[in-house]
Design a binder for this molecule. Structure first.
Ligand code: ADP
Ligand code: MG
Length: 292
């Protein structure tokens, strides 16, 4: 495309709340064959809420929440924030943790009132040899509803499961349908567990799902698609999406997401509206063909 066409194209995009970093990004958008979407904060709103607290028979759900919230207070993860918010809303007195460590892609380890608190996914429990069978039907129910089961262990014994669920962005289903109508292959890429990921993917009409991905693996998964000949647009909001956004042929950041994700991207969707992906690709195809 000529410089003028690119200026017109990026100008039109800007009116739609789509910030394109330069002419090259617009040219890349035209070549895209495959769109990879992060789940949490991209297809979903990214502000999950606690839906259920399962404490085993004879134990106190509020006490479980107190430990869970104490461990999560230093966490910047949306799941952690949801748990802290929920504990506060229930007026649970949250003790101060004496130590805290975020384990990326897994959860949190903390010391609270002299006890070791582990809170996170099945992989975190496995790492510490915590048996999780006792609450497996509760875990299955949370995941089957599209929520994320968060395991809580006290002194390396399972103490409960907290269900946390996010709502879809209102346009996710329709935006995915429009991407497919443009002839694009659509994938979901998430660190969340497979069952939850597939339930959400089904809700938005995505058939290709890559789940249980550790943060450092997201970029490798994008590269693997590229190795198979795909020209990949990656859409994400989180710090953990940044390497994948940079690796993709076209990185698209949700404007309401983290600065790190925006910096790693070629395009920013200012209001976070997923229709912007459709518009950017459609516009790039028009911009280039007009010139030929
Ligand atoms: P994503 O944001 O795509 O779900 P992450 O890599 O941040 O991926 O996390 C992967 C999984 O690890 C989460 O789905 C969750 O199960 C678990 N996890 C990570 N951080 C936390 C946390 N602070 N509290 C509870 N669970 C967590
Ligand atoms: Mg995200």
């Amino acid at each position: 495309a000529t410089p003028t066409a690119i200026m017109v194209g990026t100008g039109k995009a800007a009116e739609l709340g789509i910030l394109i970093s330069g002419g090259e990004a617009l040219e890349q958008a035209r070549r895209v064959t495959t769109v990879v979407l992060d789940k949490t904060g991209t297809l979903t709103r990214g502000r999950p809420d606690v839906t259920v607290v399962h404490a085993p028979e004879g134990t106190d759900a509020d006490e479980l929440l107190a430990y869970a919230a104490a461990a999560e207070i230093g966490s910047e993860h949306p799941l952690g924030e949801a748990i802290v918010r929920h504990a506060r809303a229930r007026n649970v007195v949250v003790p101060t943790a004496s130590s805290f460590e975020a384990v990326p892609g897994h959860g949190v380890e903390a010391r609270v009132d002299g006890r070791t608190v582990l809170i996170g996914n099945a992989a975190l429990m496995r790492r510490h040899d915590v048996a999780v069978g006792a609450l497996s039907s509760e875990v299955t129910a949370v995941a089957a509803a599209g929520g994320t089961p968060v395991y809580v262990a006290l002194d390396r014994r399972l103490a409960g499961v907290v269900g946390v669920a996010d709502t879809l962005r209102p346009e996710s289903l329709e935006a995915v349908a429009q991407l497919r109508a443009l002839g694009l292959e659509v994938w979901m890429l998430t660190g969340d567990n497979r069952v939850t990921a597939e339930v959400v993917a089904h809700e938005v009409g995505i058939e290709h799902v890559i789940a249980d991905v550790r943060p450092e693996e997201k970029a490798e998964r994008v590269a693997a698609l590229q190795d198979r000949g795909a020209v990949v647009a990656m859409v994400g909001d989180g710090i953990n999406d940044a390497p994948a956004l940079a690796r993709a042929d076209l990185g698209i950041a949700i404007g309401t997401g983290t600065d790190v994700a925006i910096a790693a991207s070629d395009i920013t969707l200012v209001g976070g509206d997923l229709y912007g992906i459709v518009s950017a690709i459609a516009l790039s195809r028009r911009t280039v063909t007009t010139i030929k």
